[in-house]
Design a protein around this ligand. Sequence first.
Ligand SMILES: [Zn+2]
Length: 245
Amino acid sequence: MKADPAVQRRLLELADVDAELARVDHRRRTLPELAEIAEAEKSVQTRKDAKVANETALGDLDREVKRQEKEIDAVRSREDRDRALLAGGTVNSKQMTDLEHELTTLQRRQTTLEDELLELMERREAVELDGQHAGVELAKAEEKLSDAANRRDHALADLETVWARRTEDRAKLVPGIPETLLGLYERVRKNKGIGAALLRARRCGACRIELDRSMISRISGTAADEVVTCEECGAIMVRTTESGL
Ligand SMILES: [Zn+2]
């Protein structure tokens, strides 16, 4: 394949642009913020789950408290009824003894229920505090997530700018390269990552292999408009005064 040396040198510019596009693409996929976001999302989810569990526990305790209060009310009204009967003076002595006995039992029951209620309220208070703490932790995790997402968006926007600029550069370069040469360049680039490189100081700029004496002398004897490729990596080796030929 033949191509004017100036056209071949244009491939070096194209290779630079493509290298930068590849770097941008790699950077986009490996931004440290992406791992940070994944971690933060997990953390937010864990804290959301904790909050839901806390709200459920609080709801259960509230129901228990209500049930307990209702039971205490029932015992109290029974006591009130017994006291009213005793005060009414309409009961005989047997009934009076029974009522007094029942009152003692009811008062004991009331004390037990009130102690239990107090314990429930203390538990509820502790769970409520846990809930407040969980809320703070969730807010912190959410802030961390949104901070990482913001940084990712900024980084992506910067990369997008570079990408757009280099894509423009590429669009300007491509029309100046004959189709067959560009086809060869693209094929090698697709397979090996680098389509063309400078032959510098007797090394292929793509794979860095040092060319042996016979290869160098063969390239030296090749016309300047002949397209030379690396035997090792297939990249188009562009010759300039830096090539050491
Ligand atoms: Zn090579």
